[in-house]
Write a protein that binds this ligand. Structure first.
Ligand code: GSH
Length: 204
């Protein structure tokens, strides 16, 4: 049985959305974590080495970091296809964008929030403005990250873009507005939102 170590309305919500799309049985274990305002604490039951969410266990396997969890799940559970398998077309593209989320997109946009100046050649990511241009250009000619096929990329990167647009960390362009409208109208997204709206003490 899959157990997701989760806290509502955090990055682990993406994994709830992905599990809902995959249609596999899972349980959520609500855990506390250290918040930006200084509240919260690491939860000793959470297997993530830094006490972050998400983390996931599946039998004896422990998986942490959103992109690794997404790759693990979409490789292993393939009744509902949510990304190309090894050897299939677009696998390289799939892996590249999966790595782009924590390696480039997130740090670039979070630097913007804290007004941290970008330094070419030193930081492994690109300036926020450049990241926005790349994402808008990519999505202007496609329905989804991989073209016509919805995949875990639209949850990890698309869900992140949706959140950052609401938080005003990303400009609301017609391209991004249409794209996030497409992905958030999915029933699995709505189910995730309903789940996360439940009080934390409710059985999950
Ligand atoms: N790189 C991680 C980031 C996870 C992360 O930072 N999650 C936040 C909640 S949205 C957290 O657990 N923060 C607690 C901490 O930084 O200790 C991922 O993509 O899964």
């Amino acid at each position: 049985m899959i157990t997701l170590y989760h806290s509502p309305m955090t990055r682990s919500a993406s994994i709830v959305w992905l599990l809902e799309e995959l249609g596999v049985p899972y349980a959520t274990r609500i855990v506390d974590f250290r918040r930006a305002d200084g509240s919260g604490a690491r939860d000793p039951v959470n297997p993530h080495p830094h006490g972050k969410v998400p983390a996931l266990t599946d039998g004896d396997d422990v998986v942490f970091e959103s992109s690794a969890i997404a790759l693990y799940l979409t490789d292993k559970y393939r009744k509902q296809r949510m990304g190309p398998a090894a050897g299939e077309p677009k696998r390289g593209e799939y892996l590249s964008w999966l790595a782009y989320r924590p390696g480039v997109m997130e740090p670039a946009l979070i630097c913007r929030r804290f007004d941290i100046k970008h330094v070419y050649g030193a930081m492994g990511w690109a300036p926020a403005q450049e990241v926005e241009e790349v994402l808008n250009a990519h999505l202007s000619s496609r329905n989804y990250f991989l073209g016509d096929e919805f995949s875990a990329l639209d949850i990890l990167l698309g869900g992140g873009l949706n959140f950052m647009m609401m938080a005003k960390l990303v400009a609301e362009t017609p391209v991004l507005k249409a794209y996030t409208g497409r992905i958030t109208s999915r029933p699995a997204f709505q189910r995730m939102m309903q789940r996360d709206a439940k009080p934390a003490s409710a059985p999950s």
